[in-house]
Design a protein around this ligand. Structure first.
Ligand SMILES: Nc1nc2c(ncn2[C@@H]2O[C@H](COP(=O)(O)OP(=O)(O)OP(=O)(O)O)[C@@H](O)[C@H]2O)c(=O)[nH]1
Ligand SMILES: C[S@@+](CC[C@H](N)C(=O)[O-])C[C@H]1O[C@@H](n2cnc3c(N)ncnc32)[C@H](O)[C@@H]1O
Ligand code: SF4
Ligand code: SF4
Length: 266
């Protein structure tokens, strides 16, 4: 469906959970977050119903994200259900990679096409510092498993932090080149100030061609990462919520406070 600026809204990001097995310093506080209550989380049935309605309005590309999508119970079944919805052409997932070794093959079998993996450094100690608890070897094993399962092309998302050294980033670049991975640097966004001037990140940073909407884990549809507008599918129904979301999609990102990434499927 075209929005009022003639952009073709074809990309849906679904946050399947706000839970995560890491605590990246730029994303969430060490003590964790106020979690969405279990009974508030969308069921698979509600998600599939939403996807079916979304496809009718022209969505063809779906990305599962979170939180960490691989900690959602039954994620393989959810992938299979979404992959089977007619009209879904590209089904991808963004992950920290920790659980990929365990799930990559099953995800591919279920119909997932590709993964983007977050990795900000190759230094194990720095990795643990950034994620507060992660073992980088799990990510390496996850990358290998994703390659073997054919979840390609694999994009590596690296958030550039003020203290990222050039040497460190060059090492990561070389690692990606020699392993057939596409590396993308993402500028760290200030989640508190919502400073829009630092927005970057794939095509996501270009509002003029922005083609996406997002669904939160508790059923709010959002037109923009930087806009507080949201439409509740539990109140409005999926069809109406999608329509209202597309109608309200801003051309430029709003200056409002950015929502928390783990909540809105950053
Ligand atoms: N400005 C803006 N940035 C976004 C948006 N969505 C994601 N990003 C940024 O893009 C980064 C990478 O997101 P991914 O989950 O890998 O998704 P993607 O870039 O759409 O993935 P591809 O389809 O593979 O290009 C995120 O970490 C954010 O920094 C958005 O809607 N707006
Ligand atoms: C919120 S995570 C969800 C998916 C998964 N847990 C992961 O880390 O890939 C999606 C992306 O958002 C990025 N991200 C989180 N907080 C950010 C911030 N403050 N600025 C820029 N990117 C951020 C992460 O690096 C990751 O690539
Ligand atoms: S960036 Fe991803 S892995 Fe890191 S805390 Fe946020 S949701 Fe978890
Ligand atoms: S800031 Fe909003 S309008 Fe701009 S690219 Fe991101 S989601 Fe689209």
């Amino acid at each position: 469906m075209l929005d009022k600026y003639n952009r073709n809204i074809s990309y849906l990001r679904i946050s399947v959970t706000d839970r995560c097995n890491l605590r990246c310093t730029y994303c969430m506080p060490e003590e964790g977050i106020d979690l969405i209550a279990h009974e508030e989380m969308l069921s698979f049935e509600q998600i599939i119903n939403f996807v079916e309605e979304a496809v009718k309005t022209g969505i063809t590309k779906i990305r599962l994200t979170g939180g960490e999508p691989l900690v959602r119970k039954g994620i393989i079944d959810l992938v299979r259900l979404i992959a089977n919805v007619q009209g879904v052409e590209d089904l991808a997932l963004t992950t920290n990679g920790i659980l990929l070794e365990k799930y990559a093959e099953a995800l591919a079998q279920a119909g997932l096409k590709r993964v983007n993996i977050s990795l900000d450094t190759l230094n194990p100690a720095k990795y643990r510092e950034i994620t507060r608890c992660g073992d980088i070897n799990d990510v390496f094993k996850g990358i290998d498993a994703a390659k073997k399962a054919g979840l390609t092309p694999i994009k590596i998302n690296c958030v550039r932090m003020p203290d990222s050294s050039e040497t460190e980033l060059i090492t990561l670049k070389e690692f990606c080149q020699s392993n057939g991975l596409d590396l993308r640097f993402i500028r760290q966004m200030d989640l508190e100030s919502g400073d829009f001037s630092i927005v970057e990140g794939g095509e996501g940073g270009n509002c003029k061609i922005c083609n996406r909407i997002r669904l939160t884990a508790n059923g709010k549809v959002k037109p923009c990462l930087f806009n507080n507008n949201e439409f509740d599918i539990k109140k409005l129904g999926a069809k109406d919520a999608i329509k209202k979301t597309i109608e309200s999609k801003p051309q430029e990102g709003s200056q409002n406070k950015i929502g928390k990434f783990y909540n809105i499927g950053g």
